[in-house]
Design a protein. Structure first.
Length: 407
């Protein structure tokens, strides 16, 4: 467990924010709700306060505490190194799906003790493991689409995470506290205010009737087609923190190239210097300066893993996160000089669909160009770029430049 624990008051605020705002699509849980709390070992102090908050609100907890992978007892790495193809293809589907079916909400508490715990593991084995558990992921998506389950993610800083970001653990926690607004006596009220600010931008974007966007900068020349029956949305508590505005593009209309200045951590190993080229919706070239083989395996994981599932923008004026955090949840919400825009390969963001998600079949999603995949991997830019929208009437309008929306 981490040698540093934040003040009790901060953990209590954090727990109240996750339970009273993060789940329930920004409204929190109701009395009698069942909450599945999945926590990494080092996040146990936060898990304790989350469970107390659920009980305080009259709910029920299903706790899952996952052991940390460290140099002495790296269970995940040991399994991947020893597993046969048959073992890799096995997943406890009945157990996992039963947990999903039992819960009204899920709270994920993530705290990586060693971000490099899976260095040296065959990337093909990691992707095979991901494919095996896809039915559990699909069960969660289906229940969410039916409006019967919500989820949220909160991070718990560890010394290993802080070291990756070249910070001390207390400095790293201060960045998290600021990013989650835990320095506010009432962080839920603060997030409701932020939600109103973000809604102003989403309403504006949705009023423009955008057909395509063109991302241009020193590291991008990429066209993305939005497609019909889409809208721009915000996370509404799913991620804490979340300042981004995103949509689910029609993956078939993605053309051009883009390079990402921010590294990402994928199943442990770090991908750096990633560059992707698309043609008619498919990745036709994927390179990286670090761990390129892992990137290649990711793109080939399944039919949709080399296609676009998300396009997102964060306004620098909204987010107080200014430092590289070596963690996707924070880095995809980074403000700073140029804000950030990012894309994700893999599964689509179904919340962006304007119709009845529960009535949709896989064939319906495919017909509209919503991507289907068992993975979802974000790639982040925090460099200067201009995003121009092509509107339904054929006119063009710059919607994002210098790290800000142009509204």
């Amino acid at each position: 467990m981490s040698e540093y624990t934040p003040p009790r008051e901060i953990l209590e605020r954090y727990a109240a924010l996750l339970v009273g705002y993060g789940i329930g699509a920004g409204k929190g849980m109701k009395e009698g709700d069942v909450v599945l709390v999945i926590s990494w070992e080092d996040a146990k102090p936060l898990m304790y306060h989350v469970c107390k908050e659920v009980w305080r609100r009259g709910g029920h907890v299903i706790p899952q505490l996952r052991p940390a992978d460290d140099s002495d007892y790296n269970m995940t790495k040991a399994f991947l190194e020893l597993a046969s193809d048959e073992q890799l293809a096995f997943a406890p589907l009945k157990y996992g799906i039963a947990a999903i079916e039992s819960a009204d909400h899920i709270v994920f508490l993530v705290g990586e003790r060693d971000p490099h715990a899976l260095e040296g593991v065959d990337p093909a084995k990691m992707m095979a493991r991901s494919r095996a558990s896809r039915p559990i992921f699909e069960a969660r998506l289906a229940k969410e689409a039916a409006g019967k389950q919500t989820w949220t993610i909160g991070n718990y800083a560890t010394a290993g995470m802080a070291a990756e970001a070249r910070m001390g653990i207390e400095e790293y926690w201060q960045q998290m506290i600021k990013g989650c607004r835990l320095d506010d006596p009432d962080p839920i009220a603060r997030w409701l205010e932020i939600g109103e600010q973000i809604k102003r931008y989403t309403d504006w974007l949705n009023s423009l009737e955008i057909e395509r966007v063109h991302i241009v900068g020193a590291d991008a020349d990429l066209w993305i087609t939005l497609g019909p029956a889409r809208r721009f949305v915000a996370a509404d508590g799913c991620n804490i923190p979340s300042y981004e505005i995103f949509t689910a593009p029609d993956f078939r209309g993605t053309n051009g190239w883009i390079r990402f200045n921010e590294p990402i951590y994928l199943y442990g190993p770090m991908l750096e210097g990633v560059e992707l080229e698309f043609k008619d919706g498919e990745v036709v070239r994927a390179s990286a300066t670090e761990n390129e083989q892992l990137l290649q395996e990711l793109v080939a994981t399944d039919e949709g893993s080399g296609r676009l599932g998300e396009f997102s923008m964060t306004d620098s004026r909204l987010s107080p996160i200014t430092a590289f955090m070596a963690d996707t949840l924070y880095d995809e919400n980074r403000g700073g000089r140029y804000g950030n825009s990012h894309i994700a390969l893999g599964s689509t963001i179904q919340e962006a669909y304007t119709g009845d998600k529960e009535a949709m079949t896989d064939e319906d999603w495919k017909r509209l160009g919503f991507n289907i995949s068992g993975v979802h991997t974000d790639f982040i830019q925090t460099t200067d770029r201009t995003i121009t929208a092509v509107l339904a009437d054929g006119s063009e309008q710059v919607i994002y430049t210098d790290g800000k929306f142009t509204l």
